[in-house]
Design a protein around this ligand. Structure first.
Ligand code: SF4
Length: 306
């Protein structure tokens, strides 16, 4: 999947209340939902003219509204090849709903998994039963009839699951996904309650990298700079925001000087980055982590770039 994805957003409602998310779990009023759908549909039309073949539907949570089908209809009409649905998975345990989603053209499902058991996963989603829903959705998707549907897992290394993160990835791998992406949560507010300072995340990040390099399933680690690991690896990657088009740009309060990039994803470099051999290929640290925890004072790398 090297062809770039563009993206549309639907934010109707989410039945989870994840620690790192500041989207209220309350349902969006009908009038606003109508407007959100109109904007998403306009975005599909506009993105379709820009030559993209792949599109991602994300938001909080796009599958928790029947509007998803109007959106999928318009995406299918615009002839996108790969349609990725990023969802909390709550509705995918329902087989008739999953059939309808696949029938409407979804080719990839991206699911978050935060723990290898209900205690940890639900403590992060702050929603009892969310782990059971997710596991049920994964079992349903394992059925033969969904063979053509690609599954991608995402997980986040954070305070609540740092000692469970390898087991979380192992559990995800059991469902034979296309890939597993491990990252860290962005800080929008109250980062201290869930985020791990870069310096402290070092040992967990190194264990993850060692696991990823041995895993038969494709596991990559995203948005953690090389100096945290103390080495270079092709499995350390950095995400780029998809083109969110004219109509789904971040709200004004979160916009940055970079198109499509909300302020909580903004990255900065430290002075010592200029001495690091990874400087040309590393985007640096999340600015909000530096604001919350200060300079991590990590050692710049002095190794030859491959
Ligand atoms: S460029 Fe800076 S943030 Fe990136 S690996 Fe080097 S020291 Fe770390």
């Amino acid at each position: 999947m090297t062809d770039p994805f563009c993206g549309v957003i639907l934010n109707p409602y989410c039945s989870l209340d994840c620690l790192f998310c500041n989207h209220p779990p309350a349902r969006t009023p009908i009038k606003e939902s109508r407007k959100a759908l109109r904007l998403a549909l306009a975005n599909v039309d506009s993105l379709a003219t820009q030559g993209y073949h792949n599109i991602e539907i994300s938001g909080c949570d796009p599958a928790e509204t029947e509007d998803i089908f109007a959106l999928l209809k318009s995406i299918k009409k615009a002839r996108f090849k790969q349609i990725m649905l990023s969802t909390n998975g709550v509705r995918l345990a329902d087989e008739p709903f999953l059939d309808k989603i696949v029938g409407a053209g979804v080719t990839i499902v991206r699911l978050p998994i935060y723990g290898s058991n209900a205690r940890i996963h639900d403590s992060i989603t702050q929603t009892a039963g969310s782990y059971d829903d997710l596991i049920q959705a994964c079992s349903t998707m394992s059925k033969r009839k969904y063979r053509g549907l690609k599954l991608i897992f995402t997980t986040l290394l954070m305070k609540q699951n740092k000692n469970d993160i390898l087991d979380t990835v192992r559990l995800a791998a059991k469902y034979r996904p296309h890939s597993i992406h491990v990252s860290i949560p962005c800080i929008k507010r109250d980062g201290e309650s869930f985020a791990i300072p870069y310096r402290t995340m070092r040992r967990y990040a190194k264990n993850l990298l060692s696991f990823a390099s041995r895993s038969r399933c494709y596991v990559d680690i995203k948005d953690i700079p090389y100096c945290v690991f103390g080495t270079f690896s092709n499995l350390i990657r950095f995400s780029r925001p998809p083109n969110l088009g004219k109509y789904n740009q971040p709200p004004k309060s979160l916009r940055t000087d970079i198109k499509n990039l909300p302020s909580y994803r903004y990255k900065v470099k430290m002075k010592y980055c200029a001495l690091c051999s990874m400087d040309p290929i590393c985007p640096g640290f999340y600015k909000n982590y530096i604001s919350a925890f200060g300079d991590p004072k990590l050692k710049p790398l002095q190794i030859e770039l491959p």
